[in-house]
Write a protein that binds this ligand. Structure first.
Ligand SMILES: Nc1ncnc2c1ncn2[C@@H]1O[C@H](COP(=O)(O)OP(=O)(O)O)[C@@H](O)[C@H]1O
Ligand SMILES: [Mg+2]
Length: 393
């Protein structure tokens, strides 16, 4: 029985193709007969292993000629267990043919036909959940998501999970989510370390693969030479994370594996009990003191919780950390006495208050909006004390 896995992402250039090739290689090295299919009409995988040198035929021809498993044009490359099938798409006509096939439901049986005889089939998907990606997902038993550890990308995680949930509901109810793979992780970057720690702590245990693929020039070099990274001279070292990812994937797709693990859609953000506690404090502050809205953010500009905010809280939280960089300057420019308590009068009657405070060794921001008449700042101190006590446990 073969296991078919789509490698998807919400953003381009995060490393789907690199993952498909190197993970495929890792699975083949672990003794699994593996097929990697280029499901992206842009042909990323086809180029990444210079497949055209071997054959111009690919998925498109499988569709058109109804080729069966024995006769399919996949090339066996790099390792005896590893077959790679290009997209076969060369021009715009071919791309629309693939899209049409996806729309008409022809991709699914074609992929399932191809999968016969392989233990693992990896589908390198185009970015997002367009027609082709949806068809690949419906042909799959599992999917995994590749992501980079940049704040902008990570913040799309909850949305991505909602999309994935939508795919599951609309496209294939028994599709299983394997996890999120962090690729191009820069362990020397302090923001990346903090972002990763934040999301790892906030989300359920198996949400991320334990293996993280580091940012490493050698992937770029391997890509230039059209080979998996392990095929470079002294490539065993940079290959190690994908070997370990292959091990994790085998465990997560084993029949005996505990079901699910990963969080259901929309479970991003802080843990639920903390969320409730902060939310209650903010609500109290607004109700008792006449503020119209409140937002609590951490130093990365990630929203912990908010109350009555009528605009995008992610954007607002991101703004707090940007603003924080200018707080010291604001002292003189905005004629403020204390950079930890900035008050801006926005019109005749309303104002915005940005309060910065520390808990443990981290900085947090409380952003409030409300009428000038709202009480300030003694009551904020009480709320902050309660939040700080909770954060420091
Ligand atoms: N871990 C990594 N470290 C350094 N470069 C990487 C890494 N993973 C991928 N790359 C490079 O980043 C670029 C985009 O990767 P690719 O796999 O084509 O992304 P996608 O398929 O998601 O568009 C490629 O040039 C690739 O060589
Ligand atoms: Mg790609």
């Amino acid at each position: 029985m073969s296991r078919i896995i789509t490698i998807a992402s919400q953003k381009g250039g995060v490393g789907k193709t690199t993952t498909a090739l190197n993970l495929g290689y890792g699975l083949s090295r672990a003794g699994k007969r593996t097929l990697v299919i280029d499901g992206d009409p842009q042909g990323g995988l086809t180029a990444a292993c210079n497949l055209k040198k071997k054959t111009a035929r690919g998925l498109l021809h499988v569709l058109e000629e109804e080729i069966d498993a024995a006769g399919h044009p996949a090339g066996f490359l790099f390792h005896e267990n590893l077959a790679i099938l290009g997209s076969g798409a060369i021009d715009a006509n071919d791309i629309s043919r693939l899209e049409e096939a996806a729309e008409q439901g022809q991709l699914v049986p074609a992929i399932q036909r191809l999968a016969a005889g392989f233990e693992y089939v990896l589908l390198d998907a185009p970015v997002g959940v367009g027609r082709i990606a949806r068809a690949l997902l419906s042909a799959s038993d599992f999917y995994l998501i590749v992501i980079n550890c940049k704040a902008g990308t990570m913040k799309t995680l909850p949305r991505m999970m909602r999309t994935a949930e939508w795919v599951r509901a609309e496209v294939k109810p028994d599709l299983r989510f394997l996890g999120v793979l962090v690729n191009m992780y820069d362990g020397d970057s302090s923001p990346e370390k903090k972002i990763y720690a934040y999301f790892k702590a906030s989300l359920s245990r198996n949400f991320f693969f334990d293996t993280v693929i580091p940012l490493d020039d050698r992937f770029e070099r391997a890509s230039f030479h059209s080979v998996p990274v392990a095929m470079l001279r002294q490539g065993e070292n940079p290959f190690f994370p994908h070997a370990s990812l292959a091990g994790e994937l085998l465990a997560r797709t084993a029949d005996t594996a505990a079901p699910g693990g990963p969080a259901p859609a929309g479970e991003g953000g802080p843990r639920r009990d903390e969320d409730d506690f902060f939310m209650d404090r903010l609500q109290e502050l607004c109700e008792k003191n006449g503020y119209s809205s409140a937002l609590l953010a951490d130093e990365m500009g990630l929203s912990l919780t908010s109350c009555n905010c009528t605009i995008d809280t992610d954007a607002l939280a991101a703004f707090t950390s940007v603003l924080a960089d200018s707080l010291e300057k604001a002292e003189s420019v905005l004629d403020q006495e204390d950079p930890n308590n900035i008050t801006l009068e926005v019109n005749e009657s309303d104002r915005i208050i940005l309060h910065r405070f520390k808990a443990l060794n981290s900085t947090y921001f409380l952003l409030l909006t409300g009428p000038r008449a709202a009480v300030f700042p003694g009551t904020i101190e009480e709320t902050v004390a309660a939040i700080r006590a909770r954060l420091t446990g």
